[in-house]
Design a protein around this ligand. Structure first.
Ligand code: ZN
Length: 252
């Protein structure tokens, strides 16, 4: 079975549509979404609608922006632009879409050998796994071999490895590329981040996602060009903050 892994769509419909079109070739049977469906972007309702209309089974957890829009966390900790985007999204969101967001779990889900969460298994909504040391300390918070996270908008794979000499465990980061799928089979436990569909932050402005091939035990990292200027025009029309519009061009 193949699974389409999406994260941090952030109401960017043009990016989501490009990803779904690119992913068609893989014949996936499920979609796992790691949260932050809304926030920042101009099409929160359309993005939720796309996810709800998927012909496959959808598994989705809540992200911090989804919660912020629902008023479940204090947005004083958000920067000014993120706060403005949250407030704009609240005004746009249809009641049934709000209800859909409210149903998203704020705890990690388990599917087979995978734990699925937004930030980290330790703090599902909030924690950023940006370094091998933070990743390392999170391995004791899940029981499956693999954990999928989003939230940082940076594609990365953290691998728990045992040192040959002193047998101590340490953690190393691998940057996935489209050309080299990562084999999951093996002795290493992994924390995998597919990157962000709607607001990449690794200096590559193309939408990022991953394809998980459970039969071949492969993690396939994908990048897809999408009409960034279309999303930017929609954001300008909506009056969303200029800094959020510009950063899409740089993938940061
Ligand atoms: Zn996010």
């Amino acid at each position: 079975m193949r699974v389409l892994i999406l994260s941090d769509i952030h109401a960017n419909l043009a990016a989501l549509e490009a990803v779904l079109e690119d992913a068609e070739q893989f014949d996936y049977e499920e979609v796992w979404c790691l949260g932050d469906v809304v926030g920042y972007g101009p099409n929160p309702n359309e993005c939720i609608e796309q996810l709800r209309r998927l012909p496959t089974r959808l598994v989705c957890v809540a992200g911090n922006h989804d919660w912020a829009v629902l008023g479940r966390l204090d947005i004083a900790d958000f920067n000014l632009e993120a706060r403005q985007a949250v407030e704009w999204t609240r005004r746009q969101l249809r009641a049934d879409h709000r209800a859909w967001l409210e149903e998203l779990p704020d705890y990690p889900l388990i599917r087979g050998r995978f734990t699925i969460t937004h930030g980290s298994p330790r703090h599902p909504i909030w924690e950023y796994i940006l370094t091998p040391s933070v990743a390392h300390s999170n391995f004791e918070y899940f029981d499956t071999p693999y954990c999928l996270v989003g939230h940082t908008h940076v594609p990365v794979i953290y691998q728990l490895v045992q040192d040959e000499s002193d047998k101590r465990e340490h953690c190393r980061a691998l940057v996935p590329t489209q050309e080299h799928p990562i084999a999951l089979a093996g002795p290493h436990r992994l924390i995998l981040n597919p990157g962000s569909v709607g607001q990449p932050r690794d200096s590559d402005p193309r939408a990022a996602y991953a394809l998980l091939d459970l039969k071949e035990e492969l993690w396939i990292h994908r990048r897809v060009a999408y009409p960034i200027e279309l999303t930017q025009a929609r954001m300008r029309e909506a009056g969303l903050p200029e800094r959020l519009i510009l950063r899409l061009s740089y993938g940061w």
